[in-house]
Design a protein around this ligand. Structure first.
Ligand SMILES: *[C@@H]1O[C@H](CO)[C@@H](O)[C@H](O)[C@H]1NC(C)=O
Ligand SMILES: *[C@@H]1O[C@H](CO)[C@@H](O)[C@H](O)[C@H]1NC(C)=O
Length: 260
């Protein structure tokens, strides 16, 4: 009798779990580019059901961790289309460059990178060296100059961030001494980006208010801001966070995969 009861309870539990799992399947994954484009555009229909969310609402829900982790308020986190249109109108001219302007950007990137390679790269954690390297950099004081060792990921991060400053924030003269602050900012953004993505529970999302390191590194470059809508990260996240990974991948492909 108790065996039968147990079986019934077990079977019911399994059934409930299956139903629960089905109704709570919020993630779609696919290798089909056409399907992926539909998901990104927020127009994927599930069988006969139509979307009850607008594309902006859907995007805002998927990005709800970003205002908490970065204190931002932009087109990717708002659900209203008016704000989004204003954001797009503001950003469009910033990235609509002529061929000559693209050339200036690439020249700036080339000159900056050459300078790092020939002089010094703003190193922070020196983790590619061992303890004796660390001792050497202590002796040399402040920034370590290690001609043999530049972390490619750091280079891709700081270079992408410098281009964002140049292009989006119109900082055409950039003080070399602020490179180290930029690298700190890039590393803070990446740290928070990764940890805000892996959290499954909303309560575990890292909080911008409590993150002194991220706030300080942001202030060192951009000064203080009061409201989330004035947060420089509103523009930096979309222009930098994915871009530096593309830059790194491109560098690796050209340098290593092509065998050149
Ligand atoms: C980009 O700039 C060019 C030249 O200034 C202009 O003709 C074109 O309409 C702009 N495109 C967009 C999408 O704003
Ligand atoms: C650290 O570097 C020094 C020379 O730069 C080398 O002699 C030593 O073996 C290295 N130690 C380790 C643990 O790699």
């Amino acid at each position: 009798m108790s065996g039968l009861a147990t079986s019934i309870v077990l079977a019911t539990s399994v059934l409930l779990m299956l139903l629960w799992g089905k109704s709570h399947k919020t993630h779609s994954t696919s290798n089909d580019p056409a399907l992926c484009r539909q998901i990104i555009a927020g127009v994927l229909k599930h069988k006969t059901q139509s979307n009850i969310l607008s594309p902006h609402q859907a995007k805002a829900i998927a990005n709800r961790h970003l205002p908490i982790a970065f204190g931002i308020d932009n087109a990717f986190t708002r659900s209203d289309s008016i704000h989004t249109s204003m954001f797009v109108e503001k950003v469009k001219p910033m990235i609509n460059l002529s061929a000559e302007q693209w050339h200036s950007v690439s020249e700036f990137a080339r000159v900056t990178t050459n300078h790092w390679i020939e002089h010094s790269f703003p190193g922070l954690d020196h983790s590619c060296g061992n303890s004796s390297h660390k001792e050497q950099s202590k002796v040399r004081n402040k920034i370590s100059v290690d001609h043999n060792c530049i972390k490619v990921a750091s280079l891709a991060q700081i270079l992408s961030l410098k281009i964002v400053l140049w292009q989006i924030f119109d900082q055409k003269t950039q003080d070399k001494t602020c490179d180290e602050s930029l690298l700190k900012l890039a590393q803070s953004i990446n740290r928070v980006w990764v940890s805000s993505k892996v959290k499954s529970n909303d309560n575990d999302i890292p909080k911008f208010e409590g993150d002194v390191l991220l706030q300080t590194s942001l202030e060192n470059v951009f000064g203080k801001h009061d409201r989330p809508e004035d947060n420089p990260l509103n523009l930096i996240l979309p222009s930098f966070e994915t871009m530096w990974r593309v830059v790194l991948r491109t560098f690796l492909e050209i340098k290593f995969a092509s065998g050149k």
